[in-house]
Design a protein around this ligand. Sequence first.
Ligand code: PLP
Length: 391
Amino acid sequence: MTSSRVPHLTAKLQGFGTTIFAEMSALATATDSVNLGQGFPDTDGPREVLDAAIGAINGGLNQYPPGLGLPVLRQAIVAHQQRFYGLSYDVDTEVLVTAGATEALAGALLGLLDTGDEVVLFEPMYDSYQACIALAGAVAKPVTLRPPAYGFDVDELRAAITPKTKLLLINTPHNPTGKVLDRAELQVIADLAIEHDLIVLTDEVYEHLVFDGTVHVPLATLPGMRDRVLSISSGGKTFNTTGWKIGWLCGPPELITAAKTAKQFLTYVNGGPFQVGIAAGLAMDQSFFQGVAANLQARRDQLMPGLEAAGFEVYPTHGTYFVTVDIRPVRADGDGMAFCRDLPHRCGVVAIPNEVFYMNRHEGRHLVRFAFCKRPEVIDQAVERLQRLAD
Ligand SMILES: Cc1ncc(COP(=O)(O)O)c(C=O)c1O
């Protein structure tokens, strides 16, 4: 959030400014830096997925898909939820295809929240949460996750829930920290949701990107939770197709209907041929999903020692594309924003200051996020350049 007032812009969005990702990616181009800022892979996804989309385009599937999404994709989502998590959903009433997880979030938040409703969520957080909650006229109530483990304080979470709380918004595996909530932590959240009769929106876009044998547990699998959880995912991260923007929601019919009512006035529908591609991806063998995670884990293990050698304090990450470091050993004033603006000029590497993921910005001031979803030679180059900080 920035402080200068933007003329004409609705009061709800004052302070949101331009995202840091645009600024940092422009800086990467201008300085010819290695871009470990924005989280997008630099290789294509599986051939089968690309070919399925190309086949759909050549096969004439180029008009509006149905409002709920193409049946082939909805069936693939239902089969995926059953295969990986033992969750059953009805293909016609409990699944909604969206323009990425971003629109799934927007549709759900705009469809479920009234003015003054409160949403309890963890910070740091993905930047669209706060903006969509603001657009809905609702109020975000953050509970801070702190390094190195990025666990939450149960009393803080309990205290954040008030009679105005309508829903909890949970992201696991978590951007930017790489935290993966374990079953015990999820049980605490489930107990509170049941006690206070809350809806829970779960952002699970990194569901397949977990490392070291960590298991992603969807909150909907916990007893009593299936019918109060709207779970969100998307194909972008798993299939290296972030530009396709194919996402989805699964949940009980009344929550899907609420989200769909808002979603139909956002994009209505999107990406028909890409929906066919993602359907092919979701049906791939177990070995594909294991391979994606193993490959990213190897990239993480390549970057982390380089960050340590550069002098940072590096925090563990168990999933996603990202690792967070404390910059204070290399920059005593701990100003992550200034550090990230300077780093491309100093070393030719771009990273993201974590303070943009916090409402209480001071909590993340000294933290910086690096993305490792890049080719090995790109990570090598970044590591070599970052070594200048230590030299
Ligand atoms: C936590 C989280 N949620 C949602 C999204 C958006 O996903 P999509 O590209 O499918 O809209 C991202 C993308 O970076 C993310 O990190």
